[in-house]
Design a protein around this ligand. Structure first.
Ligand code: COA
Length: 323
C-alpha cells in the first residue's frame, strides 16, 4: 500500500502585519531593512483574538477536503503537528475532528516544534502502512504569536500564525503508479534543547511560556542538519539530488533556505519560498508552502518534492514524495 498526498489546503488569519507595523506596535529597536536582509521576512499573519490553533487547522482541513471532494465520513484519521494547542488537552486534532463532523477514526497531536508537520506525516504514513487508517488529514497548525516575547527583537520578528493541511490516502501500488511518500527521515538530539524553546509549560510553570532562541547557533544547525537529512532521505528513496524537482524546506529564514540549496547543489529556482509572506509558522510552514506551490502550478503530478525541517529539540527530518 502506498501513502499518496491527494490534496492540499491552507488557511491564514485575516490580519497581515508588516515589519514596520510590528516594530511600531511593540516599540522595537529594529527596522524593516534589517528584518528583510537577515531573515527574508516582509510580513506575517496574526490570528485574531479568540481565533485558536484549531480554528486555523479546521479551515485548512476544510480547504483540502473541498479540493479532494472528500466528506467527513471519508476521513478516518486526523494528525496535527503543533506546539501551540488551544488547550493542554484535549488535542487540536480532536477539536478539528469535532468541528468537521468526523465521527470515527484516530485523532492525535504530534509535538516536534518546527519539524511537527514532517513528524505528523511520518506518523500518518505509519497508520496507513499498518492498515489502521485509509484517509488521513495531516495538518500543521500554529499560533506562534501567542508564545512570543515581544520585548525580544531577535525572535518576535520571525514568527507568524497559519495552518496547512494535506490528505494522505492509502492507495494500492497499481493505482498509485509510483506516487506517494518514498522515504522519510526523523532525527533528534535533545542535548540541543537549550538553544531554542519556551521558558515555561504545563507541568513546570502552568503557563505556555515565551520563546527564547540562540539565533546564530540554530541557523548553523538548521543549514547543516536540513541539508544532511535531505541527502539521506533522497538516498533512501533511491534517488539522486539532481532528481529533486522542488525543495520545500521549513520556512524559517530565506538565507537559511538558500544555504541549504547551495549545499545540496540545487538551483535556488527549485526552492519554494514563502517565508517573505508567512514568516516562520513552525509546523505550518511546509504545508502552507506546499499549498501555494500546488495552487500556482509549480508542483505537478510526477514531481519529486523534498521537505526538510528542523525545530526545537533539536528535532529534524525530511520527507521525500513523488507528487
Ligand atoms: N533588529 C535589529 N537588530 C537586531 C534584531 C532586530 N530585530 N535582532 C537582533 N539584532 C541585532 C543583534 O542584537 C546583534 O547586535 P550586536 O551585534 O550589537 O549584538 C546584531 O543584530 C546581529 O545579530 P545576530 O543574531 O548575529 O544576527 P544574525 O545575522 O544571526 O540574524 C537571526 C539573526 C535571528 C535572523 C538569525 O540568526 C536566524 O534566522 N536564526 C535562525 C532562526 C530560526 O530560524 N529559528 C527557528 C528555527 S526552527
Amino acid at each position: 500500500m502506498r501513502a499518496v498526498i491527494t490534496a492540499t489546503g491552507s488557511y491564514l488569519p485575516r490580519r497581515v502585519v508588516s515589519n514596520e507595523a510590528l516594530i511600531a506596535q511593540y516599540h522595537l529597536d529594529s527596522n524593516d531593512e534589517w528584518i528583510r536582509t537577515r531573515s527574508g521576512i516582509v510580513q506575517r499573519y496574526i490570528a485574531a483574538e479568540g481565533e485558536a490553533t484549531s480554528h486555523l487547522a479546521t479551515e485548512a482541513a476544510r480547504a483540502a477536503m473541498a479540493r479532494a471532494g472528500v466528506f467527513a465520513d471519508g476521513i478516518d484519521g486526523v494528525v496535527v503537528g503543533t506546539s501551540t494547542p488551544d488547550t493542554t488537552m484535549p488535542s487540536v486534532a480532536t477539536k478539528v475532528q469535532a468541528a468537521l463532523g468526523i465521527k470515527h477514526g484516530a485523532a492525535l497531536d504530534v509535538m516536534a516544534a518546527c519539524t511537527g508537520f514532517i513528524a505528523a506525516l511520518a506518523t500518518a504514513h505509519g497508520l496507513i502502512q499498518t492498515g489502521m487508517c485509509k484517509r488521513i488529514l495531516v495538518i500543521g497548525a500554529e499560533t506562534m504569536t501567542r508564545i512570543l516575547d515581544f520585548t525580544d527583537r531577535g525572535t518576535c520578528i520571525l514568527f507568524g500564525d497559519g495552518a496547512g493541511a494535506v490528505i494522505l490516502e492509502a492507495m494500492p501500488e497499481e493505482k498509485a503508479n509510483g506516487r506517494g511518500i518514498l522515504a522519510t527521515t526523523l532525527e533528534a538530539d535533545g542535548s540541543f534543547g537549550p538553544l531554542l524553546g519556551t521558558n515555561g509549560g504545563t507541568s513546570s510553570t502552568q503557563t505556555a511560556g515565551a520563546m527564547f532562541m540562540q539565533g546564530q547557533e540554530v541557523f548553523r544547525h538548521g543549514v547543516e542538519k536540513m541539508a544532511s537529512t535531505t541527502r539521506e532521505a533522497v538516498g533512501k528513496a533511491g534517488l539522486e539530488l539532481s532528481e529533486v524537482d522542488w525543495l520545500v524546506a521549513h520556512q524559517a529564514n530565506g538565507r537559511m533556505i538558500a544555504s541549504i540549496a547551495r549545499q545540496l547543489k540545487l538551483d535556488e529556482s527549485r526552492c519554494i519560498v514563502t517565508v517573505d509572506k508567512h514568516a516562520n509558522t513552525s509546523a505550518a510552514s511546509i504545508p502552507l508552502a506546499l499549498d501555494v506551490a500546488v495552487k500556482d502550478g509549480r508542483i505537478k503530478p510526477g514531481n519529486i518534492v523534498a521537505m526538510p525541517a528542523l525545530g526545537a529539540g533539536l528535532t529534524w527530518g525530511c520527507c521525500v514524495v513523488k507528487w
